[in-house]
Design a protein. Structure first.
Length: 96
């Protein structure tokens, strides 16, 4: 699927808005298509893709993974699905 910078920019904008609902922060990393998501519980998730919209989300083990971590992870994955669906009409998320 062909993507443009506008599509990725629109995804990032929508995704940031959805993350704000859960008080999560999105930070773009230096490497292209790499982001860090921080939850209020200080959990960190890394999100990246080689070919948009095949998005990978990885939990970064920086402490003890709690039940709340799983709640945030489900919410983040749901937000990714929602944003990709609204932009592309198809979802392809790879979990690791």
């Amino acid at each position: 699927m062909e993507t443009t910078a506008n599509t990725i920019s629109e995804f990032e904008k929508l995704f940031r808005q959805k993350l704000q609902l859960n008080n999560c922060k999105l930070r773009k990393k230096r490497q292209e298509n790499n982001y860090e998501i921080t939850t209020p519980a200080k959990d960190i998730f890394l999100m990246y893709w080689c070919e948009f919209p095949e998005i990978n989300l990885i939990y970064q083990p920086v402490g003890i993974r709690t039940q709340q971590t799983a709640v945030y992870e489900r919410a983040i994955r749901s937000h990714i699905n929602s944003c990709v669906s609204s932009l592309q009409g198809s979802i392809m998320i790879t979990s690791q």
